[in-house]
Ligand binder design. Structure first.
Ligand code: AMP
Length: 284
């Protein structure tokens, strides 16, 4: 694996690789790598000729600066994992490499409703920061394929919109969520949970399963309220949302629509650790 810190070095290397006709797959991450990241990497290794992974904890996408400061950093273990998994290039830029003119977001990314509900509502400015960094990374790496996790489904929708708006020639591959045996979605933030908090956190998955089992027979407001109460009673310190959307349009829906795939989404805190997860609700 080659470790590259400078933008220009990466651009030069990838330009010459592309001239030889190779396809580039890209996995942007914020590090503290786990099995979820590795499943993106494994798929990328299969589909692209060269796998580029980036580790960059983007300061501009944190609504709360203290959350940024607490974000886990495990760079040595990450490098080891990536090398073992067959990553070709690790891009490890500094803030100055990504934002040579400063971190201020100088343009508005038009994201419509995506910027205002669910994650957009509870993390104001978050998706503007995500678009700022992803646009910059895509300009540097110019990948043929971009690998994203379904766990951050709204983020996938946002990045799809960014790519559509900018017309960048990259295809997005969305990879299913990898979970712990308890059902807890793997996440870098899980590192901040102790064993008993992890048990509580697994309640999100149990609730998603409950929604999946009942969404065709119960009224949505009743079901969503029951789930919220269950989360609070089982030890979650705060529940931001429990929602059902149309999986295609990603609009919030308030009743079962036969034949249309839906998605349940939850955001809740265990202590001061914010967790999100989702599940596609299949209809017969
Ligand atoms: P992050 O480092 O948290 O920014 O995540 C980098 C990429 O990994 C994003 O596309 C995430 O959606 C994806 N990802 C995070 N957790 C998981 C998971 N449990 N399963 C699959 N993909 C994931």
């Amino acid at each position: 694996m080659i470790l590259v810190k400078r933008t220009l070095d990466l651009e030069n290397y990838l330009d010459s690789f592309r001239k030889d006709g190779g396809s580039v797959g890209f996995i942007p991450t914020m590090g503290a790598l786990h099995g979820g990241h590795m499943s993106l990497l494994n798929l990328c290794n299969k589909q692209a000729d060269i796998t580029v992974c980036s580790i960059f904890v983007n300061p501009t996408q944190f609504t709360d600066y203290s959350d940024f400061l607490k974000y886990p950093v495990t760079i040595e273990a990450d490098i080891f994992e990536l090398e073992q998994a067959g990553c070709d290039i690790l891009f490890l830029p500094s803030v100055e490499e990504i934002y040579p003119t400063g971190t201020r977001i100088s343009k508005v990314f038009e994201l419509g409703e995506l910027d205002h509900f669910l994650e957009g509502k509870y993390r104001p400015g978050h998706f503007q920061g995500v678009c700022q960094v992803v646009e910059r990374l895509l300009e540097i790496v110019k990948p043929d394929m971009l690998f994203l996790g379904q766990k951050d489904y709204q983020q996938c929708m946002v990045i799809n919109k960014l790519i559509e708006t900018t017309g960048m020639p990259v295809s997005v591959v969305i990879v299913e969520t990898i979970r712990e045996p308890t059902g807890l979605a793997m996440s870098s933030r899980n590192m901040r949970l102790n064993q008993s908090e992890k048990k509580i956190a697994a309640g999100i998955y149990a609730c998603l399963i409950e929604i999946k089992n009942d969404f065709q027979v119960k009224s949505f407001p009743v079901l969503l309220n029951e789930v919220k109460e269950k989360l609070v009673n089982s030890g979650f310190s705060r529940v931001e949302y429990v929602a059902i959307t149309n999986a295609g349009t990603f609009e919030i829906i308030d009743k079962f629509e036969k034949g249309k795939p839906a998605m349940a989404l939850i955001a809740a805190y265990v202590g001061d650790v914010r967790l999100i997860d989702n599940m596609v609700l299949t209809t017969p």
